[in-house]
Design a protein around this ligand. Structure first.
Ligand code: URA
Length: 229
């Protein structure tokens, strides 16, 4: 990770304060003064501030049941950031691995481990996300096949990746996708002439929301964390 990030992760300093300290030549990596905040370091390196060895806090991995009218951003906009719901130290130093729209509810994963979240977000990793979708019009017979073959979303070069659709009711389905394009589920149904009127994420990879109450969170178990490494 970047040296300035490591310094933040192992002290109470902000990123700006860490950079200032680096500029002043107070940080050493393996006994050499390093001033460039972007220098890549590893936890095994001997990193010191004025001779005091730093140890990074361990990363945190959280699952949250996102309520309506909250946003998956680190800054409040029209709606408040859902990070306000997490009563841990430095909640706003964490980030959300795979965003949901303000009007979508369900499973959100939150961490301060960028490498881990990359495994969830990166299109190359093809991590499965399961959504419960409520539709304005009854599901058409050919939608499942169209989604399996891929549909063309407006403004995209490629078809969507094969997606699995399971009908629950006339207007309710479970949809499994392995990518996370902007408003993907809503746009997929728009592409087949339907409209999403309710959207809820139930699962990412093997991690299920299950009975976690609305707006509540918990730490992931070690097994859940290791599912994405
Ligand atoms: N697809 C959408 O359209 N919205 C979401 O919030 C998530 C997936």
């Amino acid at each position: 990770m970047r040296l300035d990030k490591f310094v933040c992760k192992s002290t109470e300093l902000t990123r700006t304060e860490a950079k200032k300290l680096l500029k002043m030549g107070k940080v050493t990596v393996n006994d050499v003064v390093v001033k460039d905040p972007a220098t890549q370091v590893h936890e095994n390196n001997d990193i010191c501030i004025e001779g005091q060895r730093l140890t990074a806090r361990s990363s945190r991995y959280i699952i949250l049941h996102k309520p309506l009218d909250t946003i998956c951003s680190n800054v409040d906009e029209i709606y408040p950031s859902l990070l306000h719901l997490i009563d841990v130290d430095r909640a706003f130093d964490m980030h959300i691995a795979g965003r949901l729209d303000a009007d979508t509810t369900g499973l959100v994963l939150i961490t301060d481990d960028g490498r881990w979240s990359h495994n969830i977000i990166s299109p190359k990793k093809q991590c499965e996300k399961v959504y419960r979708v409520w539709l304005r019009s009854p599901l058409k017979d050919d939608t499942a096949e169209k989604f399996l073959l891929g549909v063309q979303l407006q403004g995209e070069d490629d078809l969507t990746r094969p997606a699995k659709l399971e009908q629950v009711d006339e207007r309710e389905v479970l949809l499994t996708i392995t990518e996370g394009k902007y408003h993907q589920v809503k746009r997929m149904f728009a592409a087949v002439g339907n409209k999403v009127i309710g959207l809820h994420r139930e699962q990412i990879g093997p991690v299920k929301l299950a009975d976690l109450p609305l707006a509540q969170w918990r730490y992931l178990t070690p097994e859940e964390v290791s599912a994405f490494v």
